[in-house]
Design a protein around this ligand. Structure first.
Ligand code: 48F
Length: 264
């Protein structure tokens, strides 16, 4: 049997600390910070990274994928309506056409492939990290204030632990139904969320993609967060609009990043 290389504790610890510090240093200023690593954030991140942009996803869990691991009612089958199955084709996920314009695939296969595609494109991930606040300068969102997510469960007297901030040319709120980045603007009276509407699958997906965009200078909203901001109907257990909203967010972000590059 081949023996493992004779590497000890010190080298292992050094490898972790050095690599993390090097990469984290690179994340302090990027083209785009995406808060939330669900399907919309992953598609947006992949598209931007493929176009050569420096992208960081901030995710409060220790895994990416958000609500994409299970299709609905805890059953791991994901439905996607036409034309969004093209994203499944791009990332090599097999699916079955169940009726005209509707496909179904395995959630773990689709979710793990999308995560892998985003990482392979060059997206950098800060996981176990939560958004605590935003940075606003001269009427524009230009960064996020972050902290380790486990501190949220510490008692208040222990958890007065200062966060840090990282900056980017554009920020994307991909935090799903909670729209946590946008809510930071709402808390300050800078924007009013209409709150998510009731389910109406035939209408919701087109509306989510149509309303994807910049909701405040420097902040783009994508995925289910769009429904919360604009009061759009939820679409329940179907994911096509998460893909195409993420794609639209990336297209808009690309233009904004280029505008900022010229201004700075
Ligand atoms: O909820 P999520 O999957 O958002 P999405 O991309 O997709 C929605 C669908 O999964 C589903 C649906 C459509 O059929 O209705 O719900 O819009 O992913 C959101 C991610 O954001 C993270 C959260 O852990 C999840 O992975 N997140 C939320 N708040 C924070 C956050 C925060 N404050 N800091 C960091 N991450």
């Amino acid at each position: 049997m081949e023996k493992f290389s004779p590497v000890g504790e010190r080298e292992i610890t050094q490898a972790i600390v050095t690599e993390f510090a090097r990469e984290f240093n690179e994340m302090i200023a990027s083209d785009c910070i995406i808060v939330g690593g669900g399907p919309s954030g992953l598609v947006a991140g992949r598209d931007l990274a493929r176009a050569g942009k420096k992208v960081v996803i901030v995710e409060r869990n220790n895994y990416l994928g958000g609500g994409f691991w299970s299709g609905g009612f805890l059953m791991p089958k994901v439905t996607v309506r036409h034309p969004a199955e093209k994203v499944l084709d791009e990332i090599g996920v097999p699916y079955k056409t169940v009726s005209r314009g509707l496909v179904v695939c395995d959630a773990p296969h689709a979710c793990s492939s999308l995560i892998s595609a985003a990482c392979a494109a060059g997206v950098k991930i800060l996981n176990m990290v939560m958004l605590e606040d935003i940075v606003i300068k001269e009427g524009r969102v230009c960064g996020v204030v972050i902290n380790w997510s486990p501190i949220a469960s510490l008692p208040r007297q222990v958890a007065a632990l200062d966060p840090i901030a990282i900056e980017a040319r554009v920020i994307i709120d991909a935090t799903g139904h909670d729209a946590t980045v946008v809510k930071k603007l709402e808390q300050r009276g800078l924007l009013k969320c209409k709150g998510e509407g009731a389910m109406w699958i035939e209408k919701s997906e087109d509306l989510i993609v149509e309303h994807t965009g910049e909701c405040y200078p420097g902040l783009i909203v994508t995925g289910m967060a769009v429904g919360t901001v604009w009061g759009l109907p939820r679409m329940g257990p179907t994911f096509g609009s998460m893909f195409l909203s993420g794609r639209r967010a990336a297209e808009i972000a690309m233009r904004k990043i280029e505008e900022r590059e010229k201004q700075q």
